[in-house]
Design a protein around this ligand. Sequence first.
Ligand code: DNO
Length: 354
Amino acid sequence: MKMAFRWFGENNDSVTLDQIRQIPQTSNIVWSLHDKVAGDTWSEAEITKEANFIKAQGFEIDVVESVNIHEDIKLGKVSRDKYIEIYQDTIRKLSKVGVKVICYNFMPVFDWMRSDLAMPLKDGSTVLAYDADIVEARSFEQTLKDFSDGALGYTLPGWEPERLALLAETLKAYQSITEDQLWKNLEYFLKAIIPVAREYGIKMAIHPDDPPWSIFNLPRIVNRVEHLRKILSLVDDPHNGLTFCTGSLGSTSENDLPAMLTEFIDRTPFMHIRNVKREDRLFYETSHRTQDGSVNITKIIEVLHAHNYQGYVRPDHGRMLWNEAARPGYGLYDRALGIMYLWGLWDAFQQKSK
Ligand code: DNO
């Protein structure tokens, strides 16, 4: 497994590359051009500048998260072909600097959603949490306000102001989109994108819905074993792959994660690993340790190790510890602890197999 750390760029992250370099055996930075809005062109100069900056600090730049998909593609509008061309062009340009994996999602309107960005745990740390009762009772406006108020001035991935400005219009457009239609639009996108990804040696890795169910009556089609199976068969090619996110998929007890990972491991170039604790209609993010949450992280690493996993792994959201002021979910300390836990498990399985 190749260990990676998500970083939001110079002047856009409380964590520095100098700090990340001191986390044992963390070779890759998961990056993106974070000022880009879905559908924007990524210029060669901008890509090269960011990639070279990260490389010069001693890291590899193999994984980009995310190149976001314009809503017109998800909605199946006539204008989608224009945005698909831009997407193909970005794939080509990213391959030139050596990118190997692109993580993306196909969630309508919203990316991930929580009811609380800083829910206190008994130990005094704070975590991201999702309480279905709160989300269902609260208005959209309040949800958006809470997201921007709680983010300490950082833009949260998937919650960029440009995206939110168009919210009312976008939500209206989705009223006529059924799950079937969304599937057709995903298929259309994959059939146009994957041949280009294959030609340029890039693995596309779709991220599951977070939370793994429909919210605000919007269709969501990437959250159960049968969905993932169907996506991989829509274009049966290793360049059409998954980001296997244990936190997103693990927020429902309906998913058997070790079984799913075993089934899909050959099509999983990228892993997001974190733990969540499920309680009735609530889930909250915990430390990576198996015993602290509802996801058996030990078994996940056991599956990866048994298959001699050569893909990329990043610790996903962490708790906010020791008064750190950082983008919610993306502090230094708990993600660094998470990495050490993941390496600890890996090394133990390695030792056992000798
Ligand atoms: C949340 C992330 C997601 C992810 C996108 C990929 O913190 O896991 O925002 O980056 O869904 O496109």
